[in-house]
Design a protein around this ligand. Structure first.
Ligand SMILES: Cc1cc2nc3c(=O)[nH]c(=O)nc-3n(C[C@H](O)[C@H](O)[C@H](O)COP(=O)(O)OP(=O)(O)OC[C@H]3O[C@@H](n4cnc5c(N)ncnc54)[C@H](O)[C@@H]3O)c2cc1C
Length: 489
């Protein structure tokens, strides 16, 4: 494995996103002097929080999978998840709604889920589901250690017995085709393959190996910390500070000072110079190359980004007892929706969307008798050229009309506070192409083909635009992989 060269005693980490925090914890645990500079006033980056009039909203991830990875990061400084977070498993993980009026709850417990499928879709589909779960489990076992959880310097590092197993399992076939080898009901197909969108790829075009996301999510289980997802970076930052990491909020880095491929310091927008033996960059990779390093990397100009999202956070009087914590509403269109968002750069004409009721399992997130809602409509990213400044009011109406028709009666009139984030705002917050889900996980942007995490002699990247990729579990791993570039020598 390639590592940084030279001394590694003083490390400056730029960004207290989950990846930066994961890396900082590992470095502190390995005895490095770590200074963490964060532009915002709070940790978490995309896993942020907005509070308004008694409501508390997560404004990024709402689905926590693989919490053991949070525990591992805390474990690097001898702390444990249970001492910092109160995790609530979500059962069901999702409630899915279909245009024919039917519903399917997604449970991570295989027996319970099989019962649910048997009731809704019949016993043959339930048996097929069990077989598909077996396939997903094998996929996870084959993939995680060799292809996700380690630094991969060269494509030939991929050549392991597990690569041949993956080929044999049809990992390089289309995900949709693989799912349909098992499942036949369009509802189970959707409920167990939409997760490819988390990696920015349509399930119709993704490779079957991305079924591993469905495994981590709908099989391994979904939970949420009491207090919301933002409690995760709060815990990680708390543990990092306790173990000596010097976190400086409201401190934006303007440049990384470097010469001949060797970084020597970072310069803040206030003009302060902080010397470093190694610089870890959690700022979005393409933006950091351009703005912080001043390096024009040709391969980054050709990146294909994931779709973006229109996110509405709404504090409302309305209550819908029949909904679950996470609710996914599928439109009639399936293939057409992906073509619109990904291929044609258009907003969905027949929307599929997610409504999360943040306060459903934790009433402390809203005033008494009120609820905190998080509504996410996938959209094209800013490369599509939609003018969100003019489009936002119209799209807001469209979102509220769609919700009304989906059964959220009277929602619009019951809203007390509201915060909207469009692709334009994601871009203004420093995300290339306004894509909060980073570069899409196409084959040529995955594994060793994804932007590497080492630059020059002593600059290391971490986060969703480097390896292994996007999502809370992946960026937590990414933080560890970055730390290994520094301490594994
Ligand atoms: C709306 C939305 C929904 C999502 N849903 C889920 C989900 O349900 N489940 C899931 O697993 N994942 C989800 N994700 C993805 C997941 O949140 C991200 O992949 C992950 O949080 C990214 O973490 P990161 O550390 O790579 O980057 P970031 O969180 O972007 O962290 C980068 C940090 O660097 C800081 N920074 C940037 N530039 C500078 C600078 N110049 N100086 C100082 N600091 C700087 C930023 O302020 C930020 O704090 C979602 C993301 C979004 C936005």
């Amino acid at each position: 494995m390639k590592t940084v060269t030279g001394p590694t005693d003083r490390v400056v980490v730029i960004g207290a996103g989950l990846a930066g925090l994961s890396c900082a914890l590992r470095l502190a645990g390995a005895g490095r002097e770590v200074t963490l500079l964060e532009r915002d006033g709070i940790p978490g980056g995309r896993a942020g929080r907005i509070t308004d009039s008694g409501y508390t909203f997560d404004n990024g991830p709402t689905v926590l999978t693989m919490p053991s990875l949070v525990d591992e990061a805390l474990g690097a400084v001898g702390e444990s998840l249970n001492d910092w977070l109160d995790l609530m498993p979500l059962n069901p993980a999702y409630r899915t709604y279909f245009p024919d009026g039917s519903q399917l709850d997604v449970y991570s417990d295989t027996d319970r889920m099989a019962e649910e499928i048997a009731l809704e879709c019949g016993p043959a589909e339930a048996a097929a589901y069990r077989d598909y779960v077996g396939y997903l489990r094998r996929l996870y076992e084959v993939e995680f250690g060799d292809f996700i959880d380690r630094n991969i310097d060269h494509p030939w590092n991929l050549i392991t017995p597990n690569l041949f197993r993956l080929v044999g399992m049809g990992g390089f076939l289309r995900l949709d085709r693989k799912v349909r080898q098992y499942l036949t009901d369009p509802r189970t197909v959707r409920a167990l393959s939409f997760q490819a969108m988390y990696a920015g790829v349509s399930p119709l075009k993704a490779m079957a190996l991305y079924g591993v996301i469905s495994y981590m999510d709908s099989v391994a289980g979904v939970s949420v910390p009491r207090g919301g997802m933002h409690e995760i970076p709060v815990a990680m930052a708390g543990a990092a500070t306790k173990h000596g990491v010097d976190i400086r909020y409201d401190t934006e880095v303007a440049a990384i000072e470097h010469s001949g491929g060797r970084a020597s310091a970072v310069i803040t927008t206030e003009g302060d110079r902080i010397a470093a033996d190694v610089v870890v960059v959690n700022a979005d990779l393409p933006v950091a190359y351009r703005d912080l390093l001043g390096v024009d990397k040709w391969s980054l100009r050709r990146l294909k980004y994931s779709p973006s999202a229109f996110v509405m956070l709404a504090g409302a009087k309305a209550e819908y007892p029949a909904i679950a914590h996470h609710n996914i509403h599928f439109g009639r269109s399936w293939r057409g929706t992906f073509e619109e968002i990904i291929d044609r750069g258009e907003v969905m004409s027949d929307p599929s969307f997610m409504v999360t009721c943040l306060s459903k399992d934790d009433p402390s997130l809203a005033p008494p008798g009120r609820h905190a809602y998080y509504i996410l409509f996938p959209t094209p990213n800013t490369d599509a050229g939609i003018d969100w400044q003019t489009e936002t009011p119209r799209y807001r109406e469209h979102v509220l009309d769609t919700m009304e028709r989906a059964g959220y009666r009277g929602f619009a009139d019951s809203i007390e506070v509201e915060h909207i984030t469009t692709p334009l705002e994601w871009q203004q917050r420093g995300m290339a192409a306004g894509a909060p889900f980073a570069a899409a996980h196409t084959f040529m942007q995955t594994g060793p083909f994804r932007a590497g995490n080492l630059w020059g002699e002593n600059v290391v990247f971490t986060g969703s635009n480097t390896q292994p990729g996007v999502g809370v579990p992946m960026v937590l791993v990414s933080g560890r992989l970055a730390a290994e570039r520094i301490v594994s020598r």
